[in-house]
Design a binder for this molecule. Structure first.
Ligand code: GRG
Length: 356
């Protein structure tokens, strides 16, 4: 599971008439184009406010702390979660109000905290195109930087009220449960169900929170909050499965990443799990060869990638992507039609368009 580092697609791949693009200008908030000019303007203004608030809140404290805590925030990132929180706030009477900005910032800060901790657990060397905090300093510093981020999250949330604090307690619980579930493994449970639970908890839950909190703090109805939360779960899972498909089936020229990183680390994602379960000669060969991390064995990796290419893994994972996309669109059908809903439909389809 490669944690979505490949990024949103560029406009060249987009399937619908609306254009949705993110560009991360250095030192500025990313800019999105969301079809409708008024919506685009409102979301980009909100993102600039989130950026300012994020950086100023992370600048609190002594410099030996703030340089570590600001490290990943300043390294870029798509700001997909705050962007979604801002779009979700369009369904209430106070879109983009100060509470919405604070909630969107809380979500991005929590995301950042998980990245610091995740990189320690994965022994990652790079994140957002720069050295990960664990590589630049060490594991202890990276964990503590994540903890400071969570302290900042708690301070901001205290002002947002008890409903937000309670909601976030559930979110933290699910995030850590997902990480723990992945760490301990399926323990005899169905591997596909295990994978789906992990990605729902690790990736879906925070995107769901972004939708829920953006809607809540703009004064949107409980129905809209629920639909945006469910939509967030679904597209979060789509996002992760698509990334996992790309990790296996795209070459460097398509994705900017070398295929098979997850296999090298012994992480068997959805297309691999489907291929391994296949009752065919290809499935049998895979079960024989793929018994643990592939590591540095390039010949084995090439063989496994070839077998996966001849399996039904990609096709079956894509079928799940399309059924989650349909579920996401069904949630959007509960919302009033308009530019925000159009933008969310396009965003969801763009996520899928990276793999077809
Ligand atoms: C600190 C609350 C807390 C939890 C620790 C480590 C952990 C438990 C959870 C890990 C969650 C995790 C890292 C999930 C992966 C999510 C993901 C898809 C990351 C990549 O997101 P992008 O592509 O990244 O949006 P950018 O850099 O663009 O923001």
């Amino acid at each position: 599971m490669s944690n979505g580092q490949a990024g949103l697609p560029t406009t060249g791949e987009q399937p619908a008439e609306l254009v949705t693009q993110v560009t991360a200008a250095e030192g500025n908030a990313p800019q999105f184009t969301l079809g409708d000019p008024d919506l685009t303007d409102s979301i980009n203004k909100g993102l600039a406010q989130v950026e300012e608030y994020l950086l100023s809140e992370l600048s609190r404290g002594e410099s030996f702390v703030t340089d570590k805590v600001l490290h990943l925030a300043q390294a870029g990132g798509k700001r997909f979660r705050p962007m979604f929180a801002l779009i979700a706030s369009q369904y209430g009477s106070k879109p983009g109000c100060q509470e919405v900005i604070a909630a969107a910032t809380v979500v991005e800060m929590t995301h950042l905290a998980t990245l610091y901790h995740d990189d320690v657990m994965d022994e990652a060397e790079k994140r957002r195109g720069v050295d990960s905090a664990n590589a630049r300093w060490n594991n202890s510093v990276a964990i503590l930087a994540g903890d400071i981020l969570l302290a900042n999250v708690s301070r901001i949330m205290a002002d947002l009220g008890v409903e937000t604090v309670a909601h976030f307690a559930e979110t933290f619980h699910d995030l850590v449960t997902g990480q723990m579930r992945e760490t301990v493994g399926a323990e005899g449970r169905d591997e596909i169900a295990h994978y789906m639970d992990v990605i729902k908890e690790k990736t879906g839950v925070l995107i769901a929170s972004a939708g829920y909190l953006g809607a809540l703090h703009s004064g949107a109805s409980p129905e809209a909050r629920g639909a945006l939360r469910n939509f967030g779960y679904d597209i979060g899972m789509v996002f992760q499965i698509v990334d996992d498909i790309i990790d296996i089936f795209s070459d460097y020229s398509q994705s900017g990443k070398n295929p098979g990183t997850d296999l090298r680390e012994g992480v068997f994602t959805l297309p691999v799990l489907y291929a391994l379960a296949e009752d065919t000669p290809v499935g049998a060969q895979l079960r024989d060869k793929l018994t643990g991390p592939v590591g540095d064995d390039d010949a084995l990796l090439a063989e496994v990638l070839d077998l996966l290419g001849r399996s039904t893994g990609r096709e079956r994972a894509l079928a799940d992507v399309h059924s989650l996309l349909a579920q996401a669109e069904a949630e959007l059908a509960k919302l009033p039609s308009g530019p925000a809903t159009d933008a969310l439909i396009t965003l969801a389809r763009l996520t899928v368009s990276r793999v077809g």
